[in-house]
Write a protein that binds this ligand. Structure first.
Ligand code: SAH
Length: 236
């Protein structure tokens, strides 16, 4: 089964509107919606905000629902100079920008994993790239590194510091790297797409709120719809 995970209620509502037959199941205080989208069995859920909450949600999807693929949709702050509000960023890899167990382990490395970067699944990511292009042909599209941490980044100086530490980072958000780590542990194919709601700068909060209101759910619904419309009969 495929999991569709979104960070915001507005996005989940847009996904549920595409599912004709969803039924609700409560696990770990969360509401999971099991049904079909374009005839494919899916489970849709809110990730909740932040790394721990998102990791718990992903763990339930693995343990209770036995999902084999997980697609995350959400919004993020743009970091790369070329990444504008309304653009689409598909993740190739994730890092937790707020993880630091040095000097025991190199900064950013997840202890006992021997790595800081967690890649997304190449095949599922390719599908998501193509779906996003079909769904939003007018939007700028990027693929690469996304940063995650337990902070809403809303100042130009913080955004600058992240860009200095990770010159190739395209965007920053609060869940993706945690979900990547859980998917790594369970061998789940993971892909993630974020539309840019703000530039993680001093205007970030206002930009974020108006984007969620006006654009985010439409973007997510269009991408998910394009992804499932092209889903093959069998497992990927
Ligand atoms: N509940 C608050 C803030 C939500 S947190 C409010 O509504 O104002 C922002 C969500 O969007 C997180 O799920 C995060 O993944 C993403 N996000 C968007 N812009 C971000 C930024 N500049 N920094 C960090 N996360 C961001």
């Amino acid at each position: 089964m495929l999991a569709l995970v979104s960070a915001m209620q507005e996005e989940l509502s847009a996904v549920l509107a595409l599912m004709p037959d969803e039924r609700r199941e409560r696990v770990a205080g969360r509401e999971f919606w099991v049904g079909h989208l374009h005839g494919q069995p899916v489970v849709a859920v809110l990730s909740r905000i932040g790394k721990v909450a998102a990791a718990t949600t992903a763990t339930v999807l693995a343990e209770h629902f036995g999902v084999r693929q997980l697609v995350f949709t959400g919004v993020a702050g743009g970091l790369g100079a070329q990444v504008r509000r309304g653009d689409v960023v598909v993740a190739r890899r994730f890092v937790q920008h707020d993880l630091d167990a040095s000097p025991l382990f190199p900064r950013y490395e997840v202890p006992l994993y021997g790595q800081a970067m967690f890649p997304t699944d190449a095949a599922l990511t390719e599908r998501l790239v193509r779906a996003a292009r079909r769904a939003l042909p007018g939007a700028g599209q990027h693929e690469g590194l996304i940063l995650s941490g337990d902070q809403f980044i809303d100042s130009a100086s913080e955004a600058m510091a992240l860009q200095l530490a990770f010159p190739d980072a395209l965007a920053v958000e609060m869940e993706g790297a945690a979900v990547a780590q859980v998917c790594h542990d369970y061998g789940i194919a993971y892909a993630a797409v974020r539309t840019i709601s703000d530039r993680a700068d001093d205007e970030a909060h206002g930009d974020f709120v108006s984007f969620i209101d006006q654009v985010a759910s439409r973007h997510t619904a269009a991408i998910v719809e394009a992804l499932l419309a092209a889903w093959p009969g069998g497992p990927i």
